[in-house]
Ligand binder design. Sequence first.
Ligand code: GTP
Ligand code: ZN
Length: 205
Amino acid sequence: MSVVFVAASLLPTPFGVFTMHGFLDQDTGKEHVALTLGQLDDGAPVLGRLHSECLTGDALFSLRCDCGFQLEAALRAIADEGRGVLLYLRQEGRGIGLLNKIRAYALQDAGADTVEANERLGFGADMRDYAICLPMLEHLGVASIRLMTNNPRKVKALEGFGIRIAERRPLQVGRNPHNQRYLLTKAGKLGHMLGELHQGEAREG
Ligand SMILES: Nc1nc2c(ncn2[C@@H]2O[C@H](COP(=O)(O)OP(=O)(O)OP(=O)(O)O)[C@@H](O)[C@H]2O)c(=O)[nH]1
Ligand SMILES: [Zn+2]
């Protein structure tokens, strides 16, 4: 794995003073970040989130998705516990990049759903590879996570790398009229566990 630690500093936020750890993926040139709070290498499960970059939601206040709301809620939850980790992964647009995401949004403006739009552009529905997380978590000494996510693929991916998922904690915030169809599609086609939007919930027991 080509992801290496480069530098760390403090990152004061409205929620708390995090430590920001910067990593470089030498294969892709992508720069990833981990925000941490408290001692993480003592073996106790760590409250954590894998957050995929969404410039529009995280920085530009977009209501098309739930990303910005989830980012803030996750940082607040970690700050409330005084311990945890958020990996900010530069996998914009579920891995297709910002400009392709804008192309996908244009197709959605014309009627496609978020999965159909990706497919019409020649991409898979979700092109993310979570392998980059492993060297980041190893560097931080995190082996067991209480993961804040609605996405079963994240749970499976981390377990596949030998990270223990001690708990999955739903992160359902920011639902609004502009992201209603997007969230429905995530629940229906991508398997996200989103309360009454989640098609498979009855089967889970
Ligand atoms: N291609 C594409 N990407 C999108 C669209 N809307 C949001 N995204 C991207 O989807 C990703 C969402 O990331 P996350 O919030 O970490 O992941 P998630 O799969 O929603 O899972 P959880 O939030 O953990 O439940 C980001 O990379 C966004 O940029 C869309 O319509 N098309
Ligand atoms: Zn988003």
